[in-house]
Write a protein that binds this ligand. Structure first.
Ligand code: KG4
Ligand code: ZN
Length: 337
């Protein structure tokens, strides 16, 4: 089967072609970062309008790169939620209509299932069952993954997501939007131990996270001080260490609680090098292993949507003719395969 994947849930427009035998044939992402930078965050209406401009050229581009015509597609998978509803509707309308015109099935894919299955795009994919640490701009979750569609939420954040914590503290440091990757970049020059920020929830049992207090702690740390590059780097290092430690401690706890030694890490924060290195080291010390998508498949992309879509379309699942988009959508409401 050849599947077209489309992603438009937030500020990345993306398309990909995945073949069930040959793997990923082509993928492309257009990031709207420049468009939203002026506002310091994603403006939903601008995002939706820009997806309309970008999606069709991206789609034509990946078909050309894959060397196939639209008529050779066997199905279309588009992100149907959760996300910005206007943005979602652009990809949903395009995917659903094109599938109708081509006479092939279409399926609305859950964006988080895409992130969860992104590690399957790699040549050495993780076995099932495993524990997934899903860390993005909107979510921080530990999930027991028994198989595709068999997800049990073990714990999540009570307030801000890990990516949000990176972005908000970066903003306080005056770093350019989006702050997460930039904060990680400058943290490399920071001194260890110059700032030690709180690690909420670590002293309590359970698998929940809380990151909202980090903003206040950073605000206090930089108040009445000259924010030069050295101070920025020290604070950035302290922030990254606090977030990474919270994620690692809870991920290990989840593995222990489920007697599992396989961890996957996905979502935008999964691109963070310190997180990847720390988890790999901790897992190796236990005789386990951590699996990651390549960094470009940690952040939003259509290849992951095509992976989830291919698995479900192959199993005979597809949507009716309605164009579906859900701002909220519970992961555990998905049917198992
Ligand atoms: O998965 P994603 O692309 O979009 C959502 O579905 O939310 O994640 C975006 C988030 C942003 O908060 C961004 O700052 C963060 O991932 N991020 C990073 C890094 N790269 C992206 N955070 C820390 N270190 C990075 N290298
Ligand atoms: Zn995402």
């Amino acid at each position: 089967m050849k599947i077209l994947g489309l992603e438009s849930s937030c500020d990345e427009s993306a398309a990909a072609v995945l073949d069930s035998d040959q793997g990923l044939l082509a993928h492309a992402v257009f990031s709207q970062i420049e468009l939203h930078r002026l506002y310091g965050g994603v403006v939903p209406e601008l995002a939706a309008r820009d997806h309309i401009r970008r999606l069709l050229p991206l789609l034509r581009g990946v078909l050309a790169d894959a060397g196939i015509a639209a008529q050779q597609l066997d199905g279309i998978a588009y992100t149907a939620g959760p996300g910005l509803v206007g943005a979602l509707l652009t990809g949903a309308a395009l995917g659903r209509s094109l599938a109708f015109a081509l006479g092939i099935p279409a399926l609305g894919v859950h964006h988080l299932e895409g992130h969860l299955l992104a590690p399957l795009l790699e040549p050495d994919p993780p076995p099932f069952p495993h524990i997934a640490l899903l860390v993005s701009g909107g979510h921080t979750m530990l999930i027991e993954v028994q198989g595709i569609g068999a997800y049990r939420l073990l714990g999540q954040t009570r307030d801000d997501a890990a990516g949000e914590a990176f972005d908000k503290t970066a903003k306080l440091l005056g770093l350019p939007y989006p702050g997460g990757p930039e904060l990680a970049r400058i943290a490399a020059a920071g001194r260890a131990g110059a700032f030690v920020f709180p690690r909420p929830m670590l002293d309590r049992p359970g698998l929940e996270f809380s990151f909202s207090g980090l903003k206040t702690a950073v605000m206090h740390a930089v108040r009445d001080r000259v924010l030069d590059d050295a101070l920025r780097a020290d604070v950035a290092r302290g922030v990254q260490e606090a977030i990474v430690e919270c994620l690692c401690v809870k991920a290990l706890r989840a593995l222990e609680a489920t007697d599992c030694e396989v961890l996957t890490v996905s979502g935008g924060v999964g691109a963070n090098l310190q997180l990847r290195e720390t988890l790999s080291r901790l897992l190796a010390a236990r005789g386990g292993r951590a699996y990651y998508p390549r960094p470009e498949f940690c952040t939003d992309n259509a290849a992951m949507i095509a992976v989830a879509g291919l698995a479900r379309l192959r199993a005979g699942q597809h949507d009716d003719l309605a164009i579906g988009a859900h701002a909220q959508w519970a992961l555990d409401s998905l049917p198992a395969l």
